[in-house]
Design a binder for this molecule. Sequence first.
Ligand SMILES: [Zn+2]
Length: 109
Amino acid sequence: MHPELLLMFAFVVNFCKIEKVPCTVTSIHRTAEQDRRLGAKSKTHQEYRAFDMSLNGWAGDKIIKLRRAVENEFKHVGAISATSRSSRPIVIHDIGHGMHAHFQIRPNL
Ligand SMILES: [Zn+2]
């Protein structure tokens, strides 16, 4: 794991501890075949630049707080969104397995 992603990982684990919310990492590295089956939109997991966390059991205000905290702390290393062209260190979505957060860093850091 890249040191910048490891810092983000530690930050998120600490957030969970402080906020008393479940801390369930659901994905770190994936192969191209696994990404294809999941319909992944980017290669960030293949390139060891991302991890995912389940947000099942999280209250809405905790999700908003997490997003703001990660954006504030990691804007300078977040992967650049293909659609908005802005830094997005955290993406919160449900692609069919419940709400989860995808954390990502840009390449070549
Ligand atoms: Zn992900």
